[in-house]
Every structure is written in structure tokens, then in C-alpha cells.
Design a binder for this molecule. Structure first.
Ligand code: PAF
Length: 284
């Protein structure tokens, strides 16, 4: 596995692979790998001959007062884990190489970035689309793999790729969960033992909404009340949003159907912001 730190060297290596006729898949990450990341790497390896994993804690997607400075890092462990997933190259650029003096461009997917996490974290998605666009230009992958846990991010990236005629196929990997249901996230490492159990209210509320949907409940106002009744009594849990949205447009719907997704953001212990989501129909 190659460790590549400069965008120019990454571009040259990926170009060389393509000129040899290899297909390339990119898995963009911010590191501190867990089983969710490794599943994305395996999906990439099943699709393409060469897998590039980028590991970059992207400063421009963090707002003032967010967790940029605390974001967990363990490069040695990440390197070992990636090696075991058949990754061909790990791209670990420095912020000053990605954003040299004078950098001022932003990619903005205006509508899809506006609500849900975009409302709580202004500028976040512009930071994500800008770095992902740069990574696509550096690596020129045939495929790029993203997790469905960041469901809005996935929708925003798909929109950017379609709108800008980018030549990359976006692959979505289902959410990977801990055995007790908690969606895997690098930010779970911020949770203390009590908060770790409080955080289960997210996946429990999705399971409850799915049960009600299976029983025929379609009114999303009623479904949202049931979700709230699970989360609100949990000590330290504060709802940022609960929304039932169309899975493509992310527009809120009043009557749920098989395309409806429940998306949630909840702060645990006053500081750890967790997101989760799930289809109401069986199988997602
Ligand atoms: O999902 C993430 O880890 C990040 O938002 C991404 C896509 C790597 C961009 O920095």
C-alpha cells in the first residue's frame, strides 16, 4: 500500500494506474477508521482494481466552535486497518497543500444543503462538496463510495456530480451499526458510558417509526410524535431535527411512502451531535 501525501503525487499515481487500464475507486474519509469505513473500502475493492482511501480532516467543513481540534486521529492504526482491506493507496494530504494561500473557491449545492444538517451547520456542505470535488479532480476515480449514514451528504454529492457532469459513479453503502443498533461513527468515541446508552434513542426511534409504518401509519406528524416520545425522555438528549423526507429530494413529506426516509440529529450530553436515518419500508 502506498502512502501519498501530496496532491501532485496522488494525481500522478492515479493517472499511471488508469494508463495501465486499471479502474480506480475512491473512498473519501476523515480517518479514525471503524467497521463502517472498512465496509466502504471492501465495497470499493469489489468494484475496482485499485482503491484509493483519502484521509483528511477537512477544516473547511467545520464551523466555529465545532470539533475540528478534537477530531480523533490515529494514523498508525488507520494505516494498518486500510492495509488489511486491500487498499492500494492511502492519500493523506496536509491542509496547506489542499488549501494553499489564496485558495478561495467553494462548490455549493444550494437547495439540498440548506436544511436539516445544513441549517444547524451553516457552510458545512459547501466545505464537503469543495473537498470532494478537489479529491475527484486529483484522483479522477471511476467510482467513489460514501456511507448512507451521512444521508444528506450523499444526496448533496450525487447532485453535484449530476449538475457538474462529473465522470464518477457514486456508490452508496448501507449504514453499519453496532450490535445494539448504534450507527457507527468516529464521533461515538466522544461518548462516555452513560451517553453511549443514551445514544441508542436514535436507532430505537427509527425502529419504532418503521414498526408503525409496517402497521399502516402514514401520517408523518403522528410518526414524528412517536419518535419524539422515545428521544425526549432520555436524559441529556436534545433533538436538533426529526424529519420525514423524500429520499431523493430530501423534501419533507406529510404522508409517508416507501421512498420516505426518517432523518434525525440529536445532541447527547449537550456536546456530541449524532445523526442517523432509516427507510420506513422494510430493507433499509
Ligand atoms: O463523510 C466524511 O467523512 C467527510 O464529510 C468527507 C466525505 C470525507 C469529506 O471530508
Amino acid at each position: 500500500m502506498r502512502i501519498i501525501t501530496s496532491p501532485a503525487a496522488m494525481k500522478a499515481w492515479a493517472g499511471e494506474q488508469r494508463s495501465k487500464g486499471h479502474t480506480v475507486a475512491l473512498v473519501p474519509t476523515m480517518g479514525f477508521f471503524h467497521e463502517g469505513h472498512l465496509a466502504l473500502m471492501r465495497m470499493a475493492a469489489a468494484k475496482a482494481e485499485k482503491v484509493v482511501v483519502s484521509l483528511f480532516v477537512n477544516p473547511i467543513q467545520f464551523g466555529p466552535g465545532e470539533d475540528l481540534e478534537q477530531y480523533p486521529v490515529d494514523l498508525d492504526r488507520d494505516e494498518t486497518l486500510a492495509r488489511h482491506q486491500g487498499v492500494s493507496a492511502l492519500f493523506i494530504p496536509k491542509p496547506e497543500e489542499m488549501y494553499p494561500r489564496g485558495f478561495q473557491t467553494r462548490i455549493s449545492v444550494a437547495e439540498l444543503s440548506r436544511h436539516l444538517c445544513g441549517a444547524d451547520r451553516p457552510g458545512h456542505f459547501n466545505g464537503v462538496t469543495t473537498v470532494v470535488c478537489k479529491l475527484f479532480h486529483i484522483v479522477c476515480p471511476d467510482f467513489a463510495v460514501f456511507g448512507e449514514k451521512d444521508f444528506q451528504q450523499l444526496a448533496v454529492i450525487k447532485r453535484m456530480v449530476a449538475d457538474l457532469n462529473m465522470d464518477v459513479k457514486i456508490l452508496a453503502h448501507p449504514i453499519v451499526r453496532e450490535p445494539d443498533g448504534l450507527a457507527m461513527s468516529s464521533r461515538n468515541s466522544y461518548l462516555g458510558p452513560d451517553e453511549r446508552s443514551q445514544a441508542l434513542c436514535l436507532s430505537r426511534s427509527i425502529a419504532r417509526a418503521r414498526e408503525l409504518y409496517a402497521d399502516g401509519v402514514r401520517d408523518t406528524g403522528r410518526l414524528a410524535d412517536e419518535v419524539r416520545q422515545i428521544i425526549e425522555p432520555v436524559t441529556g438528549a436534545r433533538i436538533q431535527y426529526i424529519s420525514f423526507v423524500d429520499r431523493t429530494t430530501l423534501e419533507p413529506v406529510s404522508q409517508a411512502d416507501d421512498n420516505t426516509r426518517l432523518v434525525l440529529a440529536v445532541t447527547i450530553g449537550g456536546r456530541v451531535r449524532l445523526i442517523d436515518n432509516g427507510r420506513l419500508a422494510k430493507g433499509g
